[in-house]
Design a protein around this ligand. Structure first.
Ligand code: C2G
Length: 130
């Protein structure tokens, strides 16, 4: 089973490790679309703390991850799934229902987020220390 998932993975943290490990456990090959800096800017209105190149480097170095590509647009999910021959799309449940229209080309599964950790909260804590 080939699994695909997407994310920015900025200020990499344990919630990111958990979803990638759980995604991998559902199949044998894990493909990760890492959001480009430009996509992050359009989604969140700010540049990521870590550059696209560094985020890709971090994700590529994980034991659970077999393949990484740049996600240029949220609208291209169908194309990415077909190109990578993915059988299952995994997303955190903050995206619940958002990708149900892709159920005609692959399984779509939303996994519960790891509680009490996020990139935004971490940035705010670090900002508060200065
Ligand atoms: N995540 C999680 N637990 C957390 C934080 C994040 O399980 N405490 C999951 C998210 O649900 C997501 C993945 O980790 O599935 C990556 O999170 P983000 O980097 O915040 O991803 P996002 O910016 O939402 O990008 O095409 C979809 C987007 O690229 C997803």
């Amino acid at each position: 089973m080939r699994i695909i998932t997407f994310g920015t993975f900025d200020v990499f943290h344990v919630g990111h490790v958990n979803i990638l490990d759980r995604a991998k456990a559902l199949g044998h090959y894990l493909i990760v679309g890492v959001s480009s800096d430009a996509l992050n800017m359009s989604k969140k209105g700010r540049n990521p703390i870590y550059s696209q190149q560094d985020r890709i480097h971090i994700i590529s170095s994980l034991r659970s991850v077999d393949e990484v590509f740049v996600e240029e647009s949220l609208e291209l999910k169908e194309q990415y799934i077909l190109e990578h021959k993915a059988d299952m799309l995994i997303m955190g449940d903050d995206w619940k229902g958002k990708f149900d229209h892709l159920k005609n080309i692959c399984d779509v599964v939303y996994l519960p987020r790891t509680p009490s950790i996020s990139t935004t909260a971490t940035i705010e804590i670090v900002q508060g220390l200065s």
